[in-house]
Design a protein around this ligand. Sequence first.
Ligand code: ATP
Ligand code: AH0
Length: 385
Amino acid sequence: MSAPHPENSLNALGLMSGTSLDGVDAAIIRTNGTTITAHGPALTLPYPAELRRRLRELLDNAPGLQPDNADLKAVEHALTQVHVQAVQQLRQMAPHMPVDVIGFHGQTILHQPGRTWQIGDAAYLSHQTNLPVVHDFRSADVAAGGEGAPLVPLYHAALLHNRPAPVAVLNLGGVANLSLITRHGQIIACDTGPGNALLDDWASQHTGTPCDTDGQLAALGTVNAQVLEHLLAHPFFQQPAPKSLDRLSFHNALAHLAGLSAADGAATLVAFTVQAIARTPLPETPLEWFVCGGGRHNPTLMDALTKALPGAVYPAEHLGWNGDALEAECFGFLAIRSLAGLPLSLPTTTGVPSPQTGGRLTCMGITPWRRWFQTVPTHGFSSPT
Ligand SMILES: Nc1ncnc2c1ncn2[C@@H]1O[C@H](COP(=O)(O)OP(=O)(O)OP(=O)(O)O)[C@@H](O)[C@H]1O
Ligand SMILES: CC(=O)N[C@H]1[C@@H]2OC[C@@H](O2)[C@@H](O)[C@@H]1O[C@H](C)C(=O)O
C-alpha cells in the first residue's frame, strides 16, 4: 500500500490512561498516519483519589474478573467520564484544530501472554463527544500472535525520521519501554522493565506520597547491590525482545526490599529501572536517547540514566516534543493509521509474525463525517440524512 498523501491529514485527538493510574493524557495532532503535520495542545486530567484506588483494586483482581462484573462496569464508566471531560476541555483549547477522530486507548487492567484487556466505553465516549472513536488497539496484534505492546514505536520512528541513527526513545511510565531506530531504519522495541510503578508503590508505603517527588527520597539512599542483582535475576530479563510487561509483573519485587530503609529502597529501585534499561541487549548503540514519560521529571532517575547509558541522554523537550503528551499523541496517530489500514505493529516491535493492522471504529454520533460520507459515491444507495 502506498503512503497516504500529507494533504489527506486529519486532526486526531489521542487519549492515554497509563499504567501509573494517575489520570488521562490527551493531545491533538494533525497527521496522515505517516507524517505529523501539526501538534496541537495537550493536557492531563488527574483521576480523583477514589477512582485511582478503585482502578488499583481492579488491576489487583483482574485475572478473576468477568467482563460484565458490576464494579468493573462502574469503574469503567467513571473512567470514561473523565475521558469525556478531557476531550471537552481540549477541544475548547483548540478551536483552530477541529477534531475529526478520537484515538482511545483506555486503561489496561491486565496484560499477559495471549491476553490483553483495556477497559473504557468507546460507545459512550463517541456518543458524548459526537465523534468517531478508534479503540481496542492491541487485540488484533495479540490475536495474530504478537505481544500487543509496545505500540508507540511507529510513532517514535515518525517523530525521529530526520535524526541521525542509531537513536532511541525511552518512555519512563509506570512500565518503561524503548524504541531503537537503527542505521538502516529498522525499528526495534520492547518493554525494558519497571519504570516508576515500583518506586510509586514504595514511596506511597513509606512516605504516603503517590511518588518519590523529584527523586528526593532516592537521592538520600544508597543502592543495595545484592538486592539489585537479585531483582535483575527475574526471568523477564533473559527473554529476547520483543517483549512486554503488565503493571504488576514485578509486584513481588518489593518483598526483596524488606529491611532496607525507605531511602535505600528507593535508591535501589531507581537503579533497578536504570540497569534494566542499560542491560537490554540492542543490535546498535544509540548515539542519543530521548526520554519521555513522567520519570524524566525525577532528577535522581535521570542522573542515574545519564551515567549508565552509552550516548547522550536528553529529555524529550530537547527536540521540542512534549514528553508528557507523547503517548496520547501516539494514539491519535494510531487512530489515523487504523482508518488508513496501515500497520500498528511490526515483527520487531511486538513479535507479531507480519506487520499488523488493528483498532476498532465506533461511531455513535458521526455528524463531522456525514459531509465526507456524502461525497462518497453511493452506488445506488442514498446517503444517511
Ligand atoms: N516530579 C516528579 N518526581 C518524580 N516522579 C515523577 C514526577 N512527576 C511524575 N513522576 C512519575 O511519573 C509517573 C507518571 O508517568 P506517566 O504519566 O508517564 O506514566 P503512565 O503514562 O501512566 O505509564 P505508562 O507509560 O507505563 O503507561 C508518576 O507515577 C511518577 O512516578
Ligand atoms: C499493555 C499496556 O498497556 N502496556 C503499556 C505499558 O506502559 C508502557 C509500556 O507498558 C507499553 O508497553 C504500553 O504502553 C505504550 C503506550 C505502548 O503500547 O507503547
